[in-house]
Design a protein around this ligand. Sequence first.
Ligand SMILES: Cc1cc2nc3c(=O)[nH]c(=O)nc-3n(C[C@H](O)[C@H](O)[C@H](O)COP(=O)(O)O)c2cc1C
Length: 189
Amino acid sequence: MTHIVGIAGSLRRGSYNLSLLRAAESLMPDGATLDVRTIAGIPLYNTDDEAAAGLPPAVAALKDAIAAADGLVLATPEYNNGIPGAFKNAIDWASRPASDIPRVFSGKPVAVIGVTPGGFGTVLAQNEWLSVLRLLGTRPWFGGRLAVPHAGKLFDADGQLTDADVRERLRIFIGGFVQSVRERQISPH
Ligand SMILES: Cc1cc2nc3c(=O)[nH]c(=O)nc-3n(C[C@H](O)[C@H](O)[C@H](O)COP(=O)(O)O)c2cc1C
């Protein structure tokens, strides 16, 4: 079994990025699961708070989920041509303490996807994640690209991904990512 964790980087109730991950969950290849998570309940990072109280429970749970996963998918919104602060904040928390980065992130295969009502599909936010993923020692997957524009036309009122073309692109993307994770499990170098 291949176990992937997906994090939707939005707090919005009707988040398109959460809906995209939920669609991916239903399109996983045989023998693979996608555990869809959000950044809900994660406070703003403050070193004083960390020193006084350690990690908030939501952060500890997210870290453990990432550490246990064979791969990670980040579904990123784009704010002002970059990573939304709330999502970056969640990963900043997950990178604490730095001594735990190897357990949680080192060598972790990571795929980045994103969807937006705008016309450019979150490409700039996706690019910005690369420097973060490099610093954390992950293995970003470059075998596919999924930057989805015009979100307003793709989902129904319940958040179901109804666009057949995007569903197929998502199926191919997630299948390719799972395949690469499996190949690495067989031959890690
Ligand atoms: C402060 C702010 C800045 C935004 N900047 C961008 C942007 O640069 N590019 C873009 O495609 N959409 C931008 N948007 C629109 C978001 O893509 C849109 O709110 C989207 O629904 C967020 O993702 P979600 O549905 O997963 O919450 C911005 C939205 C906000 C609130």
